[in-house]
Design a protein around this ligand. Structure first.
Ligand code: TYM
Length: 344
């Protein structure tokens, strides 16, 4: 069975971009067709300035929202990254395979490092090595597919490169993964700045629809979206990024296709109104289920506890095999079984 792994970082409140670009696909498709693991990747939230209590709160909230969006613990494994030591164990080995130049070429590193510097902060070393930890997240589970939005494609490519390099140097240990993207809304843009991604760690609230926004708030944000100087509704990401974004959001929420929808509208106003209603309707059941789950925090904790146990059992053999393959002396209890046995 295909193994799927993906993750979400608790650095801010989850957005419509996270939902349309990733979470919805995980719940509607991936957990039903694959052996799927979904992870709240809390270690990644420590790579920039953070408030410890907020990271804890956001981690719990992200897990609750993943369940609210339809992840079913009977079908998939949901857990928190820091509860499974294998991620950090493997990350160090992969740091010994990755190169400094490779890390510095990562687009997200360049953008985030520049942002930290603009704020007068220092850039943490972990921000540079972040994609290696992400590769460890993926490779520890023998992952075949990584369903993500477009912004994560470069990171998944790195995971592929590291898997291939490790296997060539030390023997076949890792499955080589590939990224998959949704057909629409793989890159939802900020409603106030349609040239920038709608990102949860950004500060520009009015351009970001959060999953827990009240319906009226979400509606207003879409109605106030920046559009382009033309008047006719055409789908062209280059010359009409604002309108293209609204068409993609509407298409993703209503099941249509952005080009076809462009032909249906004669004014920006009508497009915005329908997009706003579609967003409100898509988010309504998620908000409602989130409310119910918040009333039962013990349930969410139990799901995460069991998920971590299952995940640990899955990651351990591959990570142990990588330790042996790279030349580390097995500990007394480690049988030193051949590396190939670790591959599913
Ligand atoms: P993160 O937390 O930024 O985003 C989680 C998922 O949401 C997608 N996404 C979007 N898709 C479309 N439009 C947007 N505006 C948008 N914003 C976010 C992301 O592409 C992602 O799929 N590094 C990862 C977390 C991670 C991970 C992993 C993912 C850590 N380890 C291993 C997969 C596998 C991140 O920061 O995602």
């Amino acid at each position: 069975m295909t193994r799927v792994f993906s993750g979400i970082k608790p650095t801010g409140h989850l957005t419509l971009g996270n939902y349309l670009g990733a979470m919805r696909q995980w719940a509607a498709v991936d957990q039903h067709r694959a052996d799927a693991l979904f992870c709240v990747v809390d270690l990644h939230a420590l790579t920039v300035h953070h408030d410890p209590a907020r990271v804890r709160r956001l981690s719990r909230q992200a897990a609750t929202l993943l369940l609210a969006s339809g992840l079913d613990p009977a079908l998939c494994t949901l857990f928190v990254q820091s509860h499974v030591d294998e991620h950090a164990r493997l990350s160090y080995l992969l740091e010994c395979v990755a190169t400094d130049g490779e890390m510095r070429r990562m687009i997200q590193y360049k953008e985030k490092a520049a942002r930290e510097q603009r704020r007068g902060g220092s850039v943490r070393l972990s921000l540079l090595t972040y994609p290696v930890l992400m590769a460890a997240d993926i490779l520890a589970y023998g992952t075949d597919e990584v369903p993500v939005g477009h912004d994560q494609t470069q990171h998944v490519e790195l995971a592929r490169d590291l898997a291939v390099r490790f296997n060539q140097r030390y023997g076949h240990t890792f499955v080589v993964p590939r990224a998959t993207n949704p057909s629409v809304a793989a890159r939802v843009m900020n409603l106030q700045d349609p040239l920038s991604k709608m990102g949860k760690s950004d500060d520009t609230g009015p351009g970001i629809v959060y999953l827990l926004d009240e319906p009226d708030v979400a509606r207003k944000k879409v109605m106030r979206a920046v559009t382009d100087s033309g008047r006719d509704v055409v789908y062209d990401r280059e010359s009409r990024p604002g309108v293209a974004n609204l068409l993609e959001i509407l298409a993703a929420c209503s099941g249509g296709n952005p080009e076809a929808l462009a032909g249906v509208y004669e004014s920006y106003g009508d497009l915005k109104r329908d997009a706003a209603e579609a967003v409100v309707e898509v988010l309504r059941p998620v908000r409602e289920r989130h409310g119910e789950l918040c009333a039962d925090p013990g349930y969410v904790e139990g799901v995460l506890r069991e998920g971590a146990e299952r995940a640990r059992g899955m990651a351990r053999p591959t990570v142990d095999a990588a330790y042996r393959a790279i030349g580390l002396l097995p500990a007394g209890s480690d049988t030193g079984a051949p590396v190939l046995n670790a591959v599913r």
